[in-house]
Write a protein that binds this ligand. Structure first.
Ligand SMILES: [Zn+2]
Length: 444
């Protein structure tokens, strides 16, 4: 399944990888030092996740918040997230990224926006450490919150930082970690959290800084009706108009969710090529609404797929997200809904585009060697082999990939992570998660 420009499906094909790049695709077989026998399997380009909060892996499945919608849910969780430390961030990232990788994701964007005042400055470094340990590409979004409760925002004041600190840290992270070269494993984007948790000054200054440094911009927008109400009452404008006035439109900007947009707003997104990260499971879980994906596809709004944070999903499985998206849109849009293959394209090429990348997202000569292999010779796929393009949407695949290759390295073999000791990591992560949830990390 190439997901290339011609949407080619090749039967009985071979694929040659040299170092980290795809060198040939064709009938084969090719001469190689190492051969993976993929008979009875389908091969797909690696999935690209365009919005996540990996730290939330430690606060998933919390009994007390399961009936809440976004604002109440956030208020309930801020108090727990206050206790985040370097180890939590590292092991939560390892857990979330590990799950993503096992199910075919090869590039993940993570939006980390909780930086407790007087807390650690190493969270983003620890995320990159986790990504490196697993061998997965990471796009780290330096999130931020600057509008606390005392200024009419949603988060408690001690989870906000000053605009100066945020901009200084953002610049430092871009200069330290952002690698704009082809096949890069590390990129950085600037990502103030949402209109109800950041100041207008931060939004405006972030666009200036991002554009001067040549990095992209990301935030939450159009997620809930509460957000629209908040913007109308506090800022005097609808969310997209407000963001537009702050400089947040353009091909270097993408928003998470994008549910509550009017027809005119969708046209504005298309005209400016501003993108949307579609997060269907989170949107269903938090009862936020349904993103107008069929309309966006018709208008040409750039679209990617994402799992959103682990606490509103409550997992990190982008392969399963394709099926959830397929079913959700079938339910609400019937024959106008995207096909399984259109959603696969959104989760690969579409997502890559949101991250500003043309070196990942399809299997073609000269592209990064990022792919996953599904064994379709087992009982749970009997009869489903007719249509590899639509399979992830229409049938789904409920077990880890047989192989996952990222940047030319085998990171999953026979469904197991090859780069870390998964049981040890899970044990350590569970112990840290319990301490966080029980409030044992809280600063005096
Ligand atoms: Zn989010």
């Amino acid at each position: 399944m190439t997901v290339d420009e011609q949407d080619r499906v090749l039967r009985n094909a071979s694929l040659l990888i040299e170092n980290n790049v795809i060198r040939a695709i064709g009938p084969g077989p090719f001469e190689a030092d190492q051969v993976i026998d993929a008979r009875g399997c389908f091969v797909y380009p690696g999935l690209v996740n365009t919005h996540h909060h990996l730290y939330q892996t430690f606060t998933r499945n919390l009994p007390g918040v399961q009936k809440l919608e976004l604002f109440a849910w956030l208020r309930a969780l801020y108090g727990i997230w206050r206790g985040l430390n370097d180890d939590c961030v590292y092991y939560a990232a390892l857990a979330g990224l590990g799950e993503l990788v096992k199910y075919g994701c090869t590039t993940c964007m993570d939006h980390h926006y909780v930086f407790p005042r007087n807390g650690s400055e190493h969270f983003i470094r620890r995320e990159f450490d986790a990504a490196e340990a697993l061998g997965v590409r990471l796009c780290a979004a330096r999130g931020s919150m600057s509008r606390g409760e005392s200024e009419g925002g949603l988060p408690p004041d001690d989870l906000t930082q000053s605009v100066d600190v945020i901009l200084r840290e953002s610049q430092r992270l871009v200069e330290t970690y952002h690698d704009a070269s082809r096949f890069s494993m590390r990129t950085v984007v600037l990502a103030p959290c949402s209109p109800f948790s950041v100041t207008t000054e931060l939004l405006k200054e972030s666009t200036k800084l991002a554009r001067s440094l040549g990095v992209r911009l990301h935030t939450h927008l159009g997620e809930t009706r509460d957000e629209t109400e908040y913007c109308l009452q506090t800022l005097g404008k609808r969310p997209l108009e407000y963001m537009g006035d702050c400089g947040w439109l353009g091909a270097d900007v993408w928003f998470a969710h994008g549910i509550h947009f009017t027809d005119a707003e969708l046209r504005l997104l298309a005209d400016t090529q501003t993108g949307v990260a579609h997060c269907p499971v989170s949107n269903m879980k938090l009862a936020s609404g349904v993103c107008r994906v069929p309309d966006m596809l018709a208008l040409g709004v750039p679209l990617g797929l994402a799992v959103d944070g682990s606490a509103s999903n409550d997992g990190s499985n982008l392969l399963a997200e394709i099926r959830a998206a397929y079913l959700l849109h079938r339910l609400v849009s019937s024959d106008k809904a995207p096909t399984g293959y259109e959603l696969l394209k959104i989760a690969t090429r579409g997502s890559a585009r949101l991250l500003g990348r043309d070196d990942i997202g399809s299997l073609a000569v000269g592209m990064a060697a990022d792919l996953f292999i599904l064994d379709v010779s087992l009982l749970d796929q009997v009869g489903a082999k007719l249509d590899p393009a639509n399979l992830p949407g229409t049938v789904g695949y409920a077990r880890p990939a047989k192989y996952v290759i990222i940047n030319g390295e085998v990171v999953v073999r026979d469904g197991e992570l090859t780069t870390i000791d998964e049981r040890f990591a899970a044990q350590k992560a569970n112990a840290l998660a319990m301490k966080l949830v029980n409030g044992e990390n809280r600063r005096a």
